[in-house]
Design a protein around this ligand. Structure first.
Ligand code: CA
Length: 238
């Protein structure tokens, strides 16, 4: 069931999966990653769910009761309202060669079971970015930090992190470019704006505040200082 009280700014994913254990695992993990999750256990139910509440993306199992994933995908593409709806086909290894056929019928991508959750999330985010609108005001994730751009809520490891407006923009910039090192000047240009005149050491002040806010007592310092070069958001401090 769809939780009607849920935060509507979060992208809605429809999980079409007839293995209850896999569906439950996906729901649990996707919700943890900032998605709303709707479920369907067969192909017909999937089409019904889609017409009742159009998701932002569909994870579509290939082998399904009633209507196959491929038929569901065809029908999604046939309807004008869902022609552009991102679809990731989920196949078992034995069906892998069929997956190409799935792409021909209009799936945007496919993933083979068993898959790594990170891999699935990366594909989902890439498709959502491409389809636009959703991750524009969606959630950014890095390591155990998540940033909800619509509600301006930041969490690390499940706890709320309170940031000032500059630290928020700084973190947003880093999370859009993880692991890349930026000089103070680059950060000033990108986060403060090129025509605003502030001293480069102002960056250090805000970096210090950002560190203090996001790094808990026993937590990894996610801001890497690179001597003579600048700063990066990184899990590897060296
Ligand atoms: Ca199946």
């Amino acid at each position: 069931m769809l939780d009607v009280t849920a935060d509507l700014t979060k992208p809605l994913v429809l999980v079409v999966e007839d293995e209850p254990a896999l569906a439950t695992m996906l729901r649990y993990n996707l919700e943890k990653q900032g998605f709303r999750v709707d479920e369907a256990a067969d192909g017909q139910e999937a089409l019904t769910r889609i017409s009742e509440s159009t998701p932002d993306i569909v994870l579509l199992d290939w082998m399904l009761p009633v209507l196959s994933g491929i038929e569901v995908c065809r029908q999604i593409r046939r309807r004008p309202a869902t022609r552009e709806l991102p679809v990731i086909m989920v196949t078992a290894r034995a069906e892998d060669s069929d997956a190409v056929r799935g792409l021909n019928t209009g799936a945007d991508d496919y993933i083979t079971k068993p898959f790594k959750l990170d891999n699935l999330l990366a594909r989902m985010r890439a498709l959502l970015r491409r389809s636009g609108g959703v991750t524009e005001k969606g959630t950014l994730n890095f390591h155990d930090v998540s940033m909800d751009l619509a509600t301006h809520r930041v969490q690390r490891n499940g706890r709320s992190v309170h940031l000032g407006p500059t630290e928020f923009r700084l973190l947003e910039f880093f999370m859009n470019h993880p692991r890349r090192v930026f000089s103070r000047e680059e950060l000033l240009n990108s986060v403060w704006g090129a025509d605003i005149h502030v001293e480069p050491r102002t960056v250090d002040v805000h970096i210090r505040r950002l560190r203090k806010a996001i790094n808990g007592d026993d937590e990894l310092d996610l801001v890497r200082t690179v001597r003579a070069a600048g700063y990066a958001l990184d899990t590897d401090p060296i």
